[in-house]
Design a protein around this ligand. Structure first.
Ligand SMILES: [Zn+2]
Length: 349
């Protein structure tokens, strides 16, 4: 115990995207450099390569014909799965390695071999559906880690906190009828991929186990903090998670070109603190899996800020701070009220 794992894999760098594509290998290099300069590396156990995910586990989430289609597209020299989502010759292997790292992270934390873990991987995963990749995502890393933690370790209350600025439609769909997984997403409203309305709450036995909190543009550190304090932490107190997985996207950062949010690296540190607080309402286990985040300095400083929380250490350089004119709190409070009033149908929060 006491160890925090940092998982990465060189195969994740070999997933090449076309020029000017925001989801590029430099993202991982920027993170690696920033972690190296942060002084936190002494407090992290580096796992620089991992076993690729095994096929049987991959098929618990993804359809065999889709898996084959990704492999074939790469073998044939590359191509697009949708206008945003490119598969190059090395992308299939990168996808298997990314999912493998997420699964390894969940395995280690679920088994008590590590206190917490962060899988710094690409391609990202939360838009990936069982039979279709989209939104830069090939395989749903966080969903696969969830299934591994449940099926291999018997954890039956898994909370996924998806703070990527886009709604994780893939993750939501995979667990929509599943009461063992509480999926909670904050995202920019009326934004890609168009799902994640507050009324989407899950179905059948999973009704109430999907919680969506769409937020207006210009939500910043203060607004996000309110949402996490007033919705996320109370939900964790009611659900008592065995494990909390973070779909850790950093595209709500103020400098990110793919959103209109105003979160700073210091803001992400606060969100990480609140997720750790939420996890402690249950078994205290936390695993982060990288999703989006396309402004390289914003991404790198925000990952370091998250690692400060997981390691309970302070980086050599404090995350840069900025003050913004955020969307007024009454607007955020309105969103919180709507999310809470729906969640109250299912949870004592
Ligand atoms: Zn995103």
């Amino acid at each position: 115990m006491g160890d925090v794992l940092l998982l990465s894999d060189p195969r994740c760098l070999r997933h090449e995207t076309p020029p000017d594509h925001p989801e590029r290998p430099e993202r991982l290099r920027a993170i690696s450099e920033a972690v190296g300069a942060s002084g936190l590396a002494d407090h992290l156990r580096d796992i620089p390569d991992v076993a690729a995910i095994d096929r049987a586990l991959l098929e618990t989430v993804h359809r065999p014909e889709y898996i084959e289609a990704v492999a074939r597209t790469g073998r044939d020299g590359g191509g697009y799965l949708d206008p945003d989502t490119f598969v190059g010759p090395a992308s299939f292997e990168a996808g298997l390695a990314a999912a493998g790292a997420a699964v390894h992270a969940a395995d280690a934390v679920a088994a008590g071999r590590a206190e917490a873990a962060f899988a710094v991987v690409r391609p990202p995963g939360h838009h990936a559906l069982p039979g279709r990749g989209m939104g830069f995502c090939l395989f749903n890393n966080v969903a696969l880690a969830t299934v591994a933690a449940r099926d291999r370790h018997g954890l039956h209350r898994i909370m996924i906190v998806d703070w990527d600025v886009h709604h994780g439609n893939g993750t939501q769909e995979i667990f929509y009828r599943d009461p063992t997984v509480l999926y909670v997403s904050t995202h920019q409203e009326n934004w890609y991929p168009g799902t994640g309305h507050v009324e989407e709450v899950g179905a059948a036995e999973g009704e109430g186990f999907t919680v969506n909190i769409p937020l207006p543009p210009q939500t910043g550190d203060g607004g996000y903090r309110l949402v996490f304090e007033e919705v996320l932490v109370p939900l964790a107190s009611a659900f008592l998670p065995d494990l909390v997985l973070i779909s850790a996207g950093y595209d709500a950062h103020f400098a990110d070109a793919l959103s209109a949010m105003l979160v700073t690296a210091g803001g992400f540190r606060t969100l990480a603190e609140l997720v750790v607080d939420a996890a402690r309402r249950g078994a205290g286990r936390v695993v982060a899996v990288l999703e989006g985040g396309y402004d390289l300095p914003g991404l790198a400083t925000s990952v370091v800020a998250t690692l400060e929380v997981l390691t309970r250490q302070t980086a050599r350089q404090a995350p840069p701070t900025h003050r913004f004119e955020e969307v007024p709190y009454p607007v955020i409070r309105d969103r919180i009220r709507r999310a809470r009033s729906i969640a109250l149908n299912y949870w004592r929060i």
